[in-house]
Design a binder for this molecule. Structure first.
Ligand code: GLY
Length: 301
């Protein structure tokens, strides 16, 4: 097997704000969580799993971890309720599935996969997405099981601050499997205090998620409005497909554009069609983990 035929995997758990992380023990929660997910992804990809199955599984694990803003651990909207968005994309076919404004679902990424596989549509929202979940037999959970004490504390702090510094964040995974196919997945609870019905970049193909074997797989995290305005994920893919850049160059070019055009807050993870990994962020921190070409696990926070 050549180096480029080996698998690559990247995951992220958001790009802030992580102002509350002031010591190593607080950071360990995020670092250990990211490492556990990368190792699960390694086990799958090294056994020959597809990139699509792997990013779905990694995203579901991150959704299950209450440290991260997706699934259990989602932040709360202006009414103190959960509304989640998620999307998944297959780089071999450009097939994609997405859901927005869902609740009572432990793993929105699995519902997004069903939209991709079992409907002729790409994006289902709110009541329609919930109706589809029921038709698929996806178990509903009480939202109380998804709301964490941290999410409640952040919501109360947001209310006291009259809307300053809302917490945002996302989880995501991108992979290139041993067959050379790319896939991407992104899932989020959005932003603390967001308006009811607000949808961010995570379920929008080309903004918060993208995968195309001709270029790269991208998952974004941050203030979604900034990412949608410059169609961030596809901007990075276009630098690779049309300008011949590698993952590192295209990621830097994308982040520079985000910074200059929208003063955007957030970051991205990227694997290009050769399996090269890159990440960048405009915030103080982003938690991410990766394996390039089947090598050592790397974690950065
Ligand atoms: N990037 C997640 C959101 O803005 O909803």
């Amino acid at each position: 097997m050549t180096a480029n035929a080996r698998f690559s995997l990247m995951i992220h758990g958001g790009a802030g704000p992580f102002a509350h992380v002031t010591d190593a023990s607080a950071a360990a929660r995020y670092i250990d969580g990211a490492r556990a997910v990368v190792e699960q992804g390694r086990a799958m990809l090294s056994a020959g799993a597809s990139a699509l199955d792997t990013v779905e599984a990694c995203a579901a694990l991150l959704e299950d971890d209450p440290a991260f803003n997706a699934g259990r651990g989602s932040v709360l909207n202006e009414l103190g309720a959960i509304e989640m968005d998620a999307a998944i994309m297959d780089g071999a076919t450009l097939a994609a599935g997405a859901v927005a404004g869902v609740h009572n679902i432990a793993n929105p990424i699995r519902l997004a996969r069903r939209v991709m596989q079992d409907t002729e549509h790409l994006l289902l929202i709110a009541d329609g997405a919930m109706r589809f979940a029921e038709q698929c037999g996806i178990a509903q959970v009480a939202d109380d099981a998804l709301v964490t004490p941290d999410a409640i504390a952040e919501f109360e702090a947001y209310q006291r601050s009259r809307g300053e510094s809302p917490r945002f964040g996302t989880i995501g995974a991108v992979a290139r499997d041993v067959y050379g196919t790319l896939a991407a997945a992104t899932s989020t609870g959005g932003m603390t205090g967001k308006r009811v019905g607000r949808v961010g970049d995570s379920p929008i193909v080309g903004a918060g998620v993208y995968a195309d074997n001709a270029s790269c797989a991208v998952s974004a995290t941050g203030r979604g409005e900034d990412f949608m305005r410059i169609v961030m994920a596809h901007t990075i893919a276009a630098h690779i497909e049309f300008a011949g850049m590698d993952a590192a160059g295209a990621t830097q070019a994308g982040i520079e554009r985000l910074r200059k055009r929208t003063q955007g807050q957030g970051g991205v993870i990227v694997i290009d069609h050769m399996g090269r990994c890159a990440s960048a962020h405009t915030t103080a921190r982003m938690v991410c983990g990766w394996i390039e070409h089947g090598g050592k696990t790397q974690i950065r926070f």
